[in-house]
Ligand binder design. Sequence first.
Ligand SMILES: C[S@@+](CC[C@H](N)C(=O)[O-])C[C@H]1O[C@@H](n2cnc3c(N)ncnc32)[C@H](O)[C@@H]1O
Length: 210
Amino acid sequence: MVRKATATLWSEQDRRHPGDRKRLFTAVSNAIDAERVLYPGSFVDISPSFIFDSAVYVDTDKRAAKFFADDAGIREIIAEDEDAPDDPDVTFIHADYTSDLDLPDEDVDLLVSLYAGFVSDHCTDHLRVGGTLLVNGSHGDAALASIDPRYDFTAVVLARAGEYRVSTANLDTYLVPKKSLDITADGIKASGRGITYRVPAFAYLFTRTE
Ligand SMILES: C[S@@+](CC[C@H](N)C(=O)[O-])C[C@H]1O[C@@H](n2cnc3c(N)ncnc32)[C@H](O)[C@@H]1O
């Protein structure tokens, strides 16, 4: 069992390659207008706080709760990054994101859904209209967003050799299933797996339109 006392004892590896994730969030932040982020199912990935002024992290995992409880350690990790904002707002909610998070509606500019289930299904109310959902194909949340009338598919995040770039080219070639199938919300949720696409991308950006 993993026991960690303070945030700084977590290695970069444990923190899911924050350098790598920093490059991801940097590419996304350069492509959109965002200051406030909501990251349900974050575990200990605090890389958004290297970029954005305000981030709310949500996870049920006790280790994540312990990590974020070490405020001084969190500040130290962020301060080590020379590009990070001076004193970013960092909030952790130790909760199931499918429950009421007691956050305002339409409060954040960026909703993050990476490897953590159907975040878009449960947390979109907190994203402002015009804000961005960053979602990957894992667990089917990108597929769910692709049929969600509240969202328009606006860009892909492409990854190559650890570098990320946001592209709006040839969007009609993405999110096309490899096998012909009827995509429904119930089917996606029942499978709990992502759909295999003809042209995969690392992640997808959707804009909330309603
Ligand atoms: C595979 S990890 C991904 C962590 C992080 N998003 C990343 O990409 O490095 C999935 C995380 O989502 C959390 N999670 C899954 N379902 C959740 C839920 N309904 N509410 C809160 N956290 C959840 C798990 O506890 C776990 O920490």
